[in-house]
Design a binder for this molecule. Structure first.
Ligand code: IPM
Ligand code: MN
Length: 352
């Protein structure tokens, strides 16, 4: 029987609660579709850091490279200064494992949960391909005269031809294979960021020549946010840099019904990928069994798809859609009409 070796980093806050449900669903799917999950848990996160001052040992990176995939809950702890865990765990994993794509589907399952007027599931169904290894996230820059009246803080967006091209190429390939409209939109800011997005635009249209079957389009990032609200039905696949991708995918999560349902994959097509609900650790809901686990469940489906278990992934996604449509009163924590574990159970039941 096919066995996948999965590293679990449940992490902080509600991470462990949603990962538990995600694993429950993945296990049910594994027995239905005849494969096995061999999981190993790591306790990286805020609690471990506060206890031991250790964030992520170097040996962990080497160990994680031996897995087929990583399933991550959430990173971020209210008692730890913002940035330490995010940079030290989440961003470090993305960078060191060279997960250069952050794939974030935006799918509305039920119009009741869309904050936009008159938008239906067929109107909100697109994917953002966010560059995940460069840009402003590279951490380049400096302070000059820190703390003085003439202080300068410089933060550099670092874009390499190689980094941009591999991301753009992935997006074209993804659009060719999965795009419903076979349309790829480059989201940038060529009118102001005349170095970074000049490179992005040139690369985009050069690679486009190899994909005559894919329609291309360019939108500025500010206009993109406007169209997410006004005409989300225009989009199919969007490719953008790390920072813009971070911002527009939170807006994307809102129009698909909120953080409770938004999943993402940090993908290294040649290496180890990591799948996570994109909502964060939600400390105020921790331990109450009221957080929505469906984002984690959908991240689990993306993980299985990456393993090549497409039927398993499809059936989880279909079941989630069904549960959202026929059972849940709301997608937000505490308003679902069911507890976290009951929602997991509903999906497991639905899979049978
Ligand atoms: C995300 C998060 C992270 C990011 C943070 C926690 C570092 O917002 O996954 O979108 O900015 O990438
Ligand atoms: Mn974000």
């Amino acid at each position: 029987m096919k066995t996948y070796k999965i590293a679990i980093i449940a992490g902080d806050g509600t991470g462990p609660e949603v990962i538990r449900e995600g694993l429950k669903v993945m296990e049910a799917s594994a027995s239905k579709y005849s494969f096995k999950l061999n999981t190993h848990s790591y306790d990286f996160g805020g609690e471990r850091y506060l206890r031991t001052k250790e964030i992520l040992p170097d040996s962990a990176i080497d160990e994680l490279k031996t897995f087929d995939a990583i399933y991550l809950g959430a990173i971020g702890h209210p008692e730890v200064k913002p940035g330490i865990l995010e940079k030290g765990i989440l961003l470090r994993l993305r960078f060191d494992l060279d997960q250069y794509i952050n794939l974030r589907p935006v799918t509305l399952y039920d119009e009741r949960f869309c904050p936009l007027k008159n938008k239906k599931p067929q109107d909100i169904d697109f994917v953002v391909v966010r560059e995940n290894s460069e840009g402003l996230y590279k951490g380049l820059g400096e302070f000059q005269n820190k703390g003085m009246a003439n202080e300068v803080a410089i933060q550099i967006s670092h874009n390499t031809r190689k980094g941009v091209e591999r991301c753009v190429r992935y997006a074209f390939e993804y659009t060719r294979q999965h795009g419903k409209k076979k349309k790829l939109t480059l989201c940038g800011k060529t009118n102001v960021l005349t170095f970074a997005f000049d490179l992005w635009e040139r690369t985009f249209y050069e690679v486009a020549k190899e994909y005559p079957d894919v329609k291309t389009e360019y939108t500025h990032v500010d206009a993109t946010t406007m169209w997410f609200v006004k005409n989300p039905e225009w989009f199919d696949v969007i490719v953008t840099d790390n920072m813009f991708g971070d911002i527009i995918t939170d807006l994307g999560a809102m129009i698909q019904g909120g953080m409770g349902i938004a999943a993402g994959g940090n993908i290294n097509p040649q290496g180890v990928s990591m799948f996570e609900p994109i909502g964060g650790s939600a400390p105020k809901y921790t331990g109450q069994n009221i957080i929505n686990p469906l984002a984690a469940v959908c991240a689990g489906a993306m993980l299985l798809r990456q393993m090549g278990e497409n039927k398993a992934a499809d059936s989880i996604e279909e079941t989630v859609k069904d549960v959202v449509r026929s059972k849940l009163m709301d997608l937000a924590a505490g308003k679902m009409g069911y507890s976290t574990s009951q929602v997991g159970d509903l999906v497991v039941e639905g899979l049978k």
